[in-house]
Design a protein around this ligand. Structure first.
Ligand code: ATP
Length: 251
């Protein structure tokens, strides 16, 4: 059995008096893709932020590579942060819009003290080194998402959280990014937590799917299982609704 990379138990988050996440439990093996699927507002991005330790938990535990992720402080936390990286839907909002591709890639190399060149990172994501001097605003959306992935890969993370990372891309570009993600996983053994509201996209990439819904005490996971199993025999009504929301082409 594959080594457990991430183990989350009873994770709860409140924003003030409002409960946002309700006792979330999930596991992720090394080299595995888990899709976290649920409707808008159920708390998916909040869970990502909690895993990155950008917001405090009100309860629960997170273990990464067997380590108590919540106990890390100071220099230990800064070093460990290299292990979990994130890619967002709109990389421009995460980049300085006036930066060049090279600037965007040099930053994590400098922060984590890694001896890798920006050109090498671009090569990992199938982009030509000639792009380095271009402004991040002056390349296509698909190229920008590849640059965001290259930046995430700079620190050789064990886990990349992709939050609606392909949702804004057209279907052919999306397909090429999904294939790239899968190739990188084969080569580097990276695990992905793939956050999306779109079950069809999740099914293309994920080994397993966790379905979330918003309950009275915040977002909770209603079912988890192998992708085929979740799609073929959904148990929760929210999963059935997400399957029904996948468009079918009628001619
Ligand atoms: N900083 C905050 N303060 C108060 N409430 C917040 C805050 N951040 C998120 N929320 C609320 O928490 C809930 C979950 O939001 P979150 O963005 O995590 O959901 P989501 O599933 O990622 O949604 P989407 O798919 O639309 O991005 C929402 O009701 C949101 O309004």
């Amino acid at each position: 059995m594959a080594e457990t990379l991430l183990q989350v138990d009873d994770l709860s988050v409140c924003h003030g008096a409002m409960p946002v996440l309700d006792r979330i439990g999930l596991t992720l093996a090394r080299g595995e893709t888990l899709a976290l699927v649920g409707p808008s507002g159920c708390g998916k991005s909040t869970l990502a932020r909690a895993l990155l330790r950008l917001i405090p938990l009100t309860g629960g535990t997170i273990r990464l590579e067997g380590q108590d992720w919540l106990a890390l402080r100071g220099a230990g936390l800064r070093r460990a942060r290299a292990k979990i990286q994130m890619v967002f839907q709109d990389p421009l909002s995460a980049f300085n819009p006036r930066a060049s591709v090279e600037d965007v890639l040099r930053e994590p190399l400098r922060i984590h003290g890694i001896r890798r060149s920006p050109a090498e990172l671009l090569d990992l994501v199938g982009l030509d080194a000639r792009l380095l001097s271009r402004g991040v605003h002056a390349i296509s959306g698909g190229q920008r998402q590849r640059v965001a992935l290259a930046r995430a890969l700079a620190s050789k993370p064990s886990l990349i959280i992709l939050d609606e990372a392909v949702s804004a891309l057209d279907v052919t570009v999306r397909g090429s990014i999904l294939r790239l993600l899968s190739d990188i996983q084969q080569e580097e053994g990276t695990s992905y937590l793939f956050i999306t509201h779109d079950l069809a996209v999740a099914a293309q990439l994920a080994h397993r799917i966790a379905v979330m819904e918003r309950g009275a005490r915040g977002g909770r996971i209603v079912e988890t299982g192998p992708t085929r199993h979740i799609i073929q025999t959904p148990q929760a009504s929210i999963t059935k609704a997400l399957i029904d929301a996948v468009p079918v082409l009628h001619i």
